[in-house]
Ligand binder design. Structure first.
Ligand SMILES: [Mn+2]
Length: 446
């Protein structure tokens, strides 16, 4: 149960914009996520579906957003869990049907128990179905049945849908550009995650467990009524060279770096930060060399996040700095052109093997097609887009397929910030999280 993070008008505007792309005689069906079983009769914490959160802010389980315009104008409704004393004694309070209609941005509300019968008759009355499939087996089946089972009377009366479409292509385009109100919440999320990283950096000492750093960060999220937006990555020493490491069960030794990739979620809006620091409070010469290179690549990538630049401009900027730096450090022995390759696929990718940016919003890897019209380097950046910038270098000490100078072996460094695209250039939403060597060493040694 939660409050609405946005004004009713904001939701109504989103719904109107979405509906304006749909033809007459359409029905929209957006289910929320299902509870998923952790083990036996316990489940993972529930997290509402992002389309549901986006269109109406309903964050509780077992719900559908439904709208239709077959009466000439759009009517919206929510199907929700009805009040039920016994269920509420066991599982917690429910908002219920009446309050849903009164406080949420919909025209009407119904019990979830009525969804099948109501939708069945709505399907008869509409020509086009827009449904997010794969979430509700029973609704998917109902829609399928409405197309495949033709009764004589339905055929004669021309009833029932003639098309089924996935509305996500419309909603994803909308979600790509954040409204001022969404940006405010993304800022809060970025700020909270920055504070959590500072807490973790300052608590670091040799011998600390990766899980202890994880608990400082995630504990800080929880103590601020937030939660992680993805499982925190805390990789000490060469664990930092594993991109999606999440075991977080090793001790971090004196002399090692730790890479922490952790972000939180506020009203569903994610932050995504990575910082890398020495647990003993002092970067070694070699760690410093690699860190400086990654930081220069990150700063160049942020600078490339300008309105009109292609989505991959940040990656190209970071790649050029990385390739040049790897040559200078003697890690690559070739020309810059050779290091970069014909299409940013040269040998620098042995050590920087992931992308630089992804969209950020209601999902940490947010929706939105990067090349909607086949653009080679992605669509042009627009005001209101929010994306991460996260170059990294990884010298896994167990790799046998590449030559890694032994002095750099085992080093993994990534630096990641969240960037808002504006007409005055990129704004770093996570700017309060320190990332220069001096700032980081100061915090650990304070
Ligand atoms: Mn990221």
């Amino acid at each position: 149960m939660s409050n609405l993070p946005f004004s009713i008008e904001e939701y109504i505007n989103r719904q109107s914009e979405f509906h304006s792309h749909l033809p007459d005689n359409s029905i929209v069906i957006i289910p929320t996520n299902n509870l998923s079983t952790r083990s036996n009769d316990t489940s993972f914490p529930f997290r509402g579906n992002s389309y549901m959160l986006y269109l109406c802010g309903w964050a509780d389980p077992e719900a559908f957003f439904v709208s239709s315009n077959n009466s000439g104008e759009w009517k919206t409704s929510l199907f929700v869990q009805p009040n039920d004393t016994l269920a509420e004694i066991w599982e917690g309070r429910r908002i219920g049907i009446e309050l849903a209609k009164e406080k949420w941005p919909v025209d009407d509300s119904f019990s979830i128990l009525e969804i099948n019968t109501k939708i069945e008759s709505m399907l008869d009355d509409n020509k086009h179905v827009y449904i997010i499939q794969g979430l509700s087996e029973s609704l998917d089946t109902l829609v399928h049945k409405s197309l495949t089972t033709k009764s004589r009377s339905r055929n004669l009366n021309g009833k029932g849908p003639i098309s089924v479409s996935d509305p996500s292509y419309i909603l994803d385009e909308m979600r790509l550009i954040k409204s001022p109100a969404e940006i405010e919440i993304l800022k809060m999320s970025a700020e909270l995650a920055s504070e959590a990283h500072i807490k973790a950096i300052s608590a670091t000492k040799p011998g600390i467990g990766e899980w202890e750093i994880q608990s400082i960060i995630e504990g800080y999220f929880i103590s601020n009524k937030s939660e992680y937006s993805y499982r925190s990555i805390v990789g000490g020493g060469s664990n930092a060279t594993i991109l999606h490491y999440c075991a977080n069960d090793s001790i971090i030794n004196d002399g090692d770096l730790v890479l922490v990739d952790a972000g939180c979620e506020i009203y569903g809006y994610a932050s995504d930060i990575t910082r890398t620091w020495p647990v003993n409070g002092k970067f070694s010469k070699e760690q410093k060399e690699i860190y400086d290179l990654v930081l220069s690549a990150e700063l160049a990538a942020i600078e490339a996040c300008q309105i009109g630049a292609p989505f991959r401009a940040s990656h190209h900027a970071a790649s050029k700095v990385m390739a040049l730096g790897l040559i200078k450090l003697g890690i690559l022995n070739c020309t810059l052109e050779e290091a970069l390759g014909d299409d940013y696929d040269g040998p620098y990718r042995n050590f920087f093997m992931h992308g630089t940016s992804h969209s950020l919003g209601l999902d940490v890897h947010d929706v939105g097609v990067i090349s909607p019209n086949g653009e080679k380097y992605g669509r042009a950046l627009k005001e209101g887009m929010v994306l991460t910038v996260e170059p990294g270098l990884y010298f896994a000490d167990w790799r046998t397929d590449v030559d890694i100078p032994s002095k750099y072996s085992g080093i993994g460094i990534r630096i990641e910030d969240d960037i808002l695209i504006t007409k005055n250039g990129p704004i770093v939403l996570t700017s309060s999280c320190p990332k220069t060597i001096d700032e980081i060493e100061l915090i650990i040694n304070r």
